[in-house]
Design a protein. Structure first.
Lengths: 143, 99
């Protein structure tokens, strides 16, 4: 299964749906900072991996699929299945998040912030997409 | 945050798009501010805890996948109702490994 870019999806997404995700992500960022200030970095660090994007993304996938053509019950069913596949991808991405955290933990005290963040981000991307490649090779097809 | 959201929207198949639902957007934003104010060692400690948060995210996403695929529940309800599960798992891991 080859990755594809479908720009038509952007037409289905309304500007306020991006705004909601941006505001929610901003709130989580502020929350993580406040928790760290109140309870220290060990507790605050937990919130760096809070599911900030996933709930809205899965909900939007289901909503957009339901708006497409076909019988209503069929569309609802497809929407839930696609949201389920989105959750599977998020699980793979979370493994990459753990690698991101590990790199920050091990390398941030010794190297420059920018270099560590850039390396950790690349590691997240490589690990998450490699796991997705393994999943495609081993798993059931997705339509 | 918005860039990752757009990536997730336009990519197909949705299992690949889902990878971007677990992008380190909050981590990059929060750690950048933390390091500027508190220094690199403080940020490194947060990075260590982030591993526990990511493990909780893994279980959270697997539960969401199972509920959506097996019971065809609403994505909004499943992803929202499971957020307390993420909090409980993250704090359980903190209590066992990090406290």
């Amino acid at each position: 299964m080859r990755p594809q870019i479908d720009l038509k999806t952007l037409e289905l997404t309304k500007w306020h749906e991006y705004l909601i995700r941006f505001v929610f992500g901003g709130c989580v960022t502020v929350l993580a900072g406040l928790v760290a200030r109140e309870f220290g970095p060990v507790v605050g660090g937990l919130f760096l991996a809070f599911p900030a994007i996933f709930p809205a993304s899965a909900t939007l996938i289901e909503k957009h699929e339901t708006e497409k053509c076909g019988t209503e019950s069929y569309r609802r069913e497809v929407g839930k299945i696609k949201a389920g596949f989105d959750a599977e991808g998020a699980a793979l991405g979370s493994v990459g998040l753990a690698v991101f955290g590990w790199m920050v933990w091990k390398f941030l005290p010794e190297y420059s912030t920018g270099a560590v963040f850039a390396s950790a981000f690349i590691a997240w991307l490589i690990v998450a997409t490699a796991l997705w490649g393994v999943r495609v090779a081993l798993h059931r097809p997705e339509h | 945050m918005s860039v990752f959201a757009v990536c997730g929207d336009v990519l197909r198949p949705k299992s690949l798009a889902g990878v971007f639902s677990a992008a380190p957007s909050v981590a990059i934003a929060t750690l950048s501010l933390t390091v500027m104010g508190q220094g690199n060692d403080y940020g490194a400690l947060e990075g260590r805890s982030m591993i526990a948060g990511a493990a909780a995210f893994l279980l959270y996403a697997m539960c969401a996948h199972w509920l959506l695929m097996s019971y065809r529940l609403s994505a909004r309800i499943v992803t929202t109702a499971l957020l307390p599960v993420w909090v409980a798992l993250a704090f359980a891991l903190w209590r066992v490994f990090l406290r």
